[in-house]
Design a protein around this ligand. Structure first.
Ligand code: KG4
Ligand code: ZN
Length: 338
């Protein structure tokens, strides 16, 4: 079975083809970072236009390079949500047009489910049920994954998402958007415990998160320092990163205790963070559990995770008709194909 995956939820146009026997055939990504970085965040109107400009050539290239066509593609999976309305509509329209022209099934994929399943692409030991920490630019959620398409929410952020906090602090430190990676690299040059930042909700027994107080405290510290130099910035970045990792590790440990699940997946852009991987691995090893994460290049948005999720749903006989639309606020725990 072969599935074409189309990802256009935010600022990456991702086109991929996944084959059940051969694996990833192609992973085409056009990143709009240069378009948006001067604004310090994604401009929805520009994002939709850019998807529209680039998507056809990415699809043509993917089909050509993998010798794929309507004759050997069994389904088209596209991100139906959550995401930006204009961006989602570009992917949905192309996906539906192709599915109509080729007369093949269409599969609507929840973007966060794409992230959640992506560690399965490189770990055959990962099986259901498992715990998942989804950490991206817009989401921070602890999920129990019971089966494909069957998820329960254990906890989530009451305010900012982890990636969003990384990005906003990075901007305050003068780093380019999206600043998660560069902030983490800067933190490598800083000393721990030079600054003490709040850890909201860390002592609460529940599995909810709150990051806006931490974000404000870090940004206020940055702006309070006159003549801030490179070492100050690195020390702040280090204390911030240590703090947010401590919170995430603490809540994951609680989730493992509550759920009794020993397999933990981290997915979404922030799962690329090496220090987070290291500390979560240490925590879960002490509990005789295993940590799973996607390959580095599949942590941030891509079409592979959408094609792969589409293939799993298609194998289960779950697909949609052409009247399907986008769902900009679609929650992973309300996926329902029945
Ligand atoms: O999943 P993703 O590509 O997009 C959304 O679905 O939101 O996640 C992007 C987020 C950005 O906030 C980016 O700064 C963050 O992931 N990110 C990181 C790292 N790599 C990407 N944050 C911390 N450390 C990293 N190494
Ligand atoms: Zn994402």
């Amino acid at each position: 079975m072969r599935v074409l995956g189309i990802e256009t939820s935010c600022d990456e146009t991702g086109i991929a083809i996944y084959d059940s026997k051969l694996g990833i055939l192609i992973n085409n990504i056009y990143s709009q970072i240069n378009t948006h970085s001067k604004y310090g965040g994604v401009v929805p109107e520009l994002a939709a236009r850019s998807h529209n400009e680039n998507i056809i050539s990415l699809i043509k290239d993917a089909l050509l390079k993998t010798h794929s066509s309507k004759n050997n593609i069994n389904g088209i999976a596209y991100t139906a949500g959550p995401g930006l309305v204009g961006s989602l509509l570009v992917g949905a329209s192309i996906a539906k047009s192709l599915a109509y022209a080729w007369n093949i099934p269409i599969i609507t994929i929840n973007h966060m489910e794409g992230h959640l399943l992506s560690p399965m692409l490189n770990n055959n030991k990962l099986s259901f049920p498992f715990l998942a920490l989804l950490i991206s630019g817009k989401h921070t959620q602890l999920i129990i994954a019971n089966d494909i398409g069957n998820y329960n929410l254990l906890g989530e952020s009451l305010d900012d998402a982890v990636g969003e906090v990384f990005d906003k602090i990075a901007v305050a430190l003068g780093l380019k958007y999206p600043g998660g990676v560069s902030l983490s690299m800067l933190a490598n040059h800083g000393f721990s415990n030079k600054y003490i930042f709040p850890k909201p909700l860390i002592n609460k027994p529940n599995l909810m998160f709150s990051f806006s107080g931490l974000k404000t405290s870090v940004i206020n510290t940055i702006y309070s320092l006159s003549n801030i130099d490179y070492q100050d910035k690195a020390n702040i970045a280090r204390s911030f990163e240590d703090t947010i990792i401590e919170i995430l590790v603490n809540k994951c440990a609680k989730a493992i205790n509550v759920s009794k699940l020993k397999r933990l997946v981290i997915a979404g852009g922030v799962s690329a963070n090496n220090k987070l991987r290291f500390h979560l691995h240490n925590m879960i090893s002490k509990k005789q559990g295993i940590l799973f994460y996607p390959k580095k290049e599949l942590c941030t948005d891509n079409g592979v995770m959408i094609a792969y999720a589409g293939l799993l749903h298609l194998k289960n006989g779950k697909y949609n008709n052409l009247e399907t639309s986008i769902k900009p606020d679609w929650q992973i725990y309300s996926i329902n194909y029945n």
